[in-house]
Design a binder for this molecule. Structure first.
Ligand SMILES: [Fe+2]
Length: 234
């Protein structure tokens, strides 16, 4: 599997603190069946990660990741506030293969936020990939928000902890609704470490396979992620 949302790099955000911790998470990803990971450190007021720092962390860690058999690349998880206010050049640097920007969706993100992100990213010819929209109350209440995002060319990334119930019943129900109706384009781990929010992508993928078949699970965790990293439209 390819994990397209992971806080693997050490000492940048609320992910692993040390290199040792990061390598522990890398081993957990491999044990979970992940052999390729997109590192997405927070880019937010609380964690104003400099992209240069993230690149350097990945450069330092890469030989050890490769020795373990884990291929890694870099983007970021851009907070809602930064998505609409950070310099466009900063957003462009954090884009995935020059096409999508991973934008974090929060519980209280309002419906009006989504079109404003499209408008902002359009200025630099990028599209939003929304991370864990199922945790947002507005998305939980109305399927129309998700439909509008898809119509405008955005992608919805559901995360494993939601599907296994870690974020409560409402997020689980909304996450499964997005998966069951084919609105979810990607399934990712959003893992932060081995203690707190460990991978669980394998568990969630097995649940998807049981409900919708192996092909559906492979699409969400292998094929679509592979196209994303290749810079293709999803
Ligand atoms: Fe995240």
């Amino acid at each position: 599997m390819i994990d397209t949302h992971c806080h693997l790099l050490p000492g940048l955000d609320d992910g692993p603190k040390t290199t040792e911790d990061a390598l522990g998470l890398a081993r957990a990803l491999l044990a979970d069946g992940i052999d390729r990971v997109l590192c997405t450190p927070h880019y937010a007021s609380q964690f104003p990660t400099r992209h240069d720092d993230a690149e350097e962390r990945l450069r330092e860690l890469r030989p050890e990741l490769e020795a373990l058999g884990l291929e890694a690349s870099l983007a970021a998880e851009v907070s809602p506030g930064h998505a609409v206010s950070a310099p466009l050049e900063e957003l462009r640097r954090r884009a995935i293969a020059g096409r999508y920007v991973l934008v974090e969706v929060l519980r209280d993100t309002p419906p009006s936020f989504f079109p404003s992100v499209f408008a902002r990213l359009e200025e630099i010819e990028l599209l939003p990939l929304f991370g864990h929209p199922e945790r947002c109350r507005a998305v939980q209440r109305s399927a129309r928000i998700a439909d509008r995002i898809l119509r405008d060319g955005g992608v919805l990334q559901v995360v494993a902890p939601s599907l296994i119930g870690r974020f409560g019943g409402d997020a689980a129900a909304a996450g499964w609704r997005l998966v069951d109706t084919g609105r979810a384009g990607l399934l990712a781990s959003d893992s932060h470490g081995t203690r707190r929010r460990s991978p669980h992508l394998g568990d969630a993928a097995r649940m998807v396979a049981e409900r919708l078949g192996d092909a559906a699970a492979a699409e969400l965790t292998e094929h679509a992620p592979s196209r994303l990293l290749a810079g293709e439209r999803l």
